[in-house]
Design a protein. Structure first.
Length: 262
């Protein structure tokens, strides 16, 4: 199972390298189903992995001048605060048993996996649908909307341990007026910083973390990014993204069904 899990880690990196996102949302299910990591701890591990893998893409985009540091800070700071508060205080304060109706028990781990499954389905739909590209010229800088969206993204990131470009990129295009390439690069920068700060929130409360495993898992994901960056020149993105979206949809439904069944 572990060999299959490490192969799946390469898939995470491949998707980031090929389509700029999508694969990171698979991190928690891979950790839970292939490595038997507790769902709550898997969110911590996911933040670490996503932070490292996103940094590789962020550095590449920064060198190409595709990162708007001002917008990254404007969007990132409220999100960072929300992520840190979620990981440091809110998540530890949540009771293990949230709801008990007859034989049905809603635990924190079950709720986390249900929310994650819903996010996977939402992400898959955004990849499958052929949407008209949003133009920055059609958008206006809206500080209030940008900050509100940033806080929402931070709360989701802090709870499920990962958030993809399918939430951040539209916000940067619609509310910050960034062109798509700069939105992707800026999104990766925000994901890098917010994910790693979320890990710091867990470290500060002395959460038990297997760093050797995380470094090994992240190495496979980063190898996938390198492979994806090379293969992108030879693969049609228009066909790849919907195909990967169907895969994420299948995984999301699998997580939803297995979680409800248990």
């Amino acid at each position: 199972m572990e060999i299959t899990g490490y192969a799946a880690a390469i898939l995470i990196g491949l998707s980031l390298g090929l389509i700029g996102g999508g694969g990171s949302i698979l991190t928690v299910p891979i950790l839970v189903y292939f490595f038997r990591v507790d769902p709550v701890m898997a969110t911590t591990y996911s933040l670490f992995v996503v932070g490292l893998t996103s940094s590789a893409g962020a550095i590449s985009h920064y060198r190409k001048n595709n990162v708007n540091l001002k917008i990254a800070l404007l969007f990132g700071i409220p999100s960072l605060i929300a992520v840190f508060v979620m990981r440091k205080w809110v998540m530890p304060a949540m009771p293990h048993l949230l709801l008990n109706i007859g034989s049905f028990e809603l635990t924190k781990s079950v709720l986390l996996m249900l929310v994650f499954a819903i996010l996977m389905v939402a992400a898959s739909v955004s990849m499958i649908r052929k949407k008209k590209e949003i133009l920055a010229s059609d958008s206006q800088l809206s500080y209030n909307k940008l900050v509100i969206q940033s806080i929402i993204v931070g709360i989701i990131t802090g709870f499920v341990g990962v958030v993809g470009g399918f939430l951040i990129i539209p916000s940067l295009v619609l509310f910050a007026g960034l062109p798509m390439k700069k939105a992707v690069g800026t999104s990766l920068m925000v994901m890098t910083i917010s994910s790693l700060l979320g890990v710091l929130g867990d470290i500060s409360r002395h959460a038990p973390i297997n760093y050797s495993f995380l470094i090994m898992f992240s190495a496979f994901a980063i190898a996938g990014i390198i492979m994806g960056s090379y293969l992108i020149k030879h693969i049609n993105d228009a066909k790849l993204k919907p195909a990967f979206g169907w895969f994420v949809l299948a995984m999301g439904l699998f997580v939803l069904i297995t979680t409800l069944y248990k």
